[in-house]
Design a protein around this ligand. Structure first.
Ligand code: GLU
Length: 291
């Protein structure tokens, strides 16, 4: 069977790579190589206020010192606003997205009056206040009209998954009140524009998948296959993240860093030799992992 496989690693340049992000980078690279496919890097810098100047270059350098070099020039989301805007306009003209005039306080009050205070991560379930129109309010954000019912998908590692997005998340934001496009829209538009067939990323992103599937359907775009990889836990048992101060990867010994990342993926790979040696062993060990 011949298949065009295109995978990607899509870091947000909010800081340098840490041990957890290297696992996702390595897994996506290994899966692409094991499928004889292509591997791309996309710098996800839509959320400008969270980006750190120079972190993009630092990440690309860290990847390069681990022998992880993209098969096409990296892309920056910050240069792709017109693409996201035209996707949003398509949704609006199809009646699938609408302007919302609610502030965070409006949403909290609406939820309270419904007896539904249910913060989910720091996000509030949008109660649909502006679904039927702005009622004189100024448009702030743009939201997807989420259909009722369960969204189901199969993750290569986590198995059958489901989420009722309408109930658990509500109509979610596509373009924010500050004019920036939301991650959900940018990632879906770019995965399709870059013809990504397989998404391999950290398990912390798994619960975004149903929102992305809904957006793909609304835009008439194909859905990639998803694999969510194990997270690296810090000493406190929480996932390593830049937010909880994960140390940047020290790359004085990239072969060792790679072997450690492979171990998180369940691969036993000796760290001796060059980076290329370790990667070759890791590709062999990856084989048909999480088919
Ligand atoms: N940019 C996202 C992050 O760094 C990852 C997006 C994705 O892989 O879909 O958390």
């Amino acid at each position: 069977m011949s298949m065009v496989y295109r995978g990607r690693f899509a870091p947000s340049p909010t800081g340098p790579l840490h041990a957890g992000s290297l696992v996702a980078a390595l897994a996506s690279w290994l899966d692409a190589r094991a499928h004889g496919g292509q591997w791309l890097v996309r710098i996800e810098d839509v959320d400008r206020p969270r980006c750190v100047t120079g972190a993009d270059r630092q990440i690309l350098q860290q990847l390069a010192s681990c022998g992880l070099v993209a098969d096409e020039p990296p892309q920056w989301q910050s240069s792709r606003d017109t693409l996201y805007q035209s996707a949003l306009e398509r949704l609006v003209s199809n009646g699938l997205a609408y302007p919302c005039g609610c502030s965070r306080k409006d949403i909290e009050e609406a939820l309270r009056s419904l007896g539904r205070e249910r913060p989910r991560h720091a996000e509030l379930v949008y109660p649909g206040t502006c679904r039927g129109g702005l009622q004189g309010k100024q448009p702030r954000a743009w939201r997807l009209r989420v259909p009722a019912g369960e969204v189901r998908w199969t993750d290569r590692r986590l198995g059958d998954q489901q989420q009722d997005v309408a109930d658990q998340v509500g109509d979610f934001v596509l373009k924010r009140a500050d004019g920036l496009f939301a991650y959900q829209l940018a990632v879906v538009v770019d995965d399709a524009a870059q013809r990504i067939t397989h998404v391999v990323r950290g398990e912390d992103l798994a619960d975004n998948t149903p929102r992305q599937l809904l957006l793909q359907r609304a835009l008439g775009l194909p859905a990639p296959v998803y694999l969510h990889t194990p997270l690296v836990l810090g000493a406190n048992g929480e996932k390593l993240s830049k937010q909880n101060g994960a140390a940047p990867l020290e790359l004085d010994a990239p072969a060792v860093a790679l072997a450690n990342a492979a171990a998180v993926l369940g691969l036993t790979v000796a760290s001796g030799g060059t980076v290329a040696d370790v990667l070759a062993r890791a590709v062999a060990a990856w084989g048909g992992r999480w088919r």
